[in-house]
Design a binder for this molecule. Structure first.
Ligand code: GUN
Length: 305
């Protein structure tokens, strides 16, 4: 039987470790402060942002939400970021990705004060990651590393394959695994014979953003499979193809009209992996947990606590 790697369990551990740190900041100075910018009304982004704000409430972190319209110009967002840079009580600034097409995301991310960059997306912090200097790390890859550590999954000398080359997940994920001495391959949509490359992996990270893209032919028997994807399926035939083996999931689909699936086929991974993260309840909760940790780290550093 494949082992389930529970992001919820690890998230709860991280929250429990974070509470006393928030308490200490509140007693000595003030609560950590996080500003979240959500441009437009992408439904998935709205849910992510809501969950981030809820997590702040749970931990006693001050949060502020800014929601400029989908038509906003780059300059408006840059100005908002600059105002937040100046605010003493704001320790972390998060710009939810993706941004609407007309916005130059490079300009926006460059505007964030690197000391308040709780996503680790500023080029300075990306450079710190690349060169192994301390600094904030992108939340999703950092969460995956926490999960691997806390489940004592060996990394040193292992073959790791990351499918997906985004700035948010794929690239930083590969760097973090490499710094812990994995032999890392990054694959993407242009990779020739992707299943064969993926099958080399002792640790396979799927971050492509395509529902159930990773099937049995990608997975080496006994591999550790980390599924970063979250995709909503609304088509009944598709849901049946993915979850026909799982009556509970199909019942949930009938009730809600949709079901979530990762980038990994749920039936295939359960049959072949040695251990894997479920969707939901795998990587998702860890992204939020690491955002809280990055915010607390930024507050402690800024306040000298
Ligand atoms: N969009 C998807 N994941 C993330 C994340 O970790 N941070 C931000 N800001 N946007 C995202």
């Amino acid at each position: 039987m494949a082992r389930l790697l529970s992001g919820i369990r690890v998230r709860d551990e991280i929250f429990a470790e974070s509470r006393p740190r928030v308490e200490r900041l509140r007693e000595r100075k003030r609560p950590p402060g996080l500003a979240v910018i959500l441009v437009g009304d992408d439904p998935a982004s709205k849910i992510y942002v809501r969950n981030k704000v809820k997590a702040c409430e749970k931990l006693g972190i001050h949060s502020e939400r800014y929601t400029p319209p989908a038509t906003a110009a780059t300059e408006e967002i840059v100005e908002l970021v600059q105002r937040l840079n100046e605010r003493e009580e704001i320790d972390g600034i998060l710009v939810q990705m993706p941004l609407p097409k007309q916005i130059d995301s490079h300009k926006v991310l460059l505007a964030v004060d690197p000391a308040k960059d709780v996503d680790g997306f500023h080029p300075l912090n990306m450079g710190y990651l690349l060169t192994g200097r301390p600094g904030p790390r992108a939340c999703t890859p950092a969460g995956v590393m926490e999960l691997l550590h806390r489940y004592q999954i060996p990394i040193l000398g292992r073959r790791a394959v990351v499918v997906g080359r985004s700035d948010i997940v794929g690239k930083p994920m590969a760097m973090l695994l490499m710094h812990e001495h994995a032999t890392v391959t990054i694959c993407h949509s242009r990779t020739r014979d992707l299943p064969a490359v993926a099958r080399e992996a002792d640790i396979l990270v799927a971050a492509i953003g395509r529902p159930a893209f990773v099937t049995a032919d990608f997975i080496k028997e006994g591999a550790v499979v980390i599924d970063v994807g979250i995709n909503r399926i609304t088509d009944r035939a598709r849901a049946e193809a993915l979850f026909g083996h799982d009556p509970d999931k199909m019942a949930a689909f009938e009730k809600k009209g949709s079901v979530l699936v990762g980038d990994v086929h749920p039936r295939d991974v359960a049959g072949k992996a040695g251990a894997y993260t479920p969707v939901p309840g795998g990587v998702g909760p860890l992204t939020i947990a690491m955002l809280m940790v990055n915010t607390i780290n930024a507050a402690e550093r800024r306040l000298g606590v």
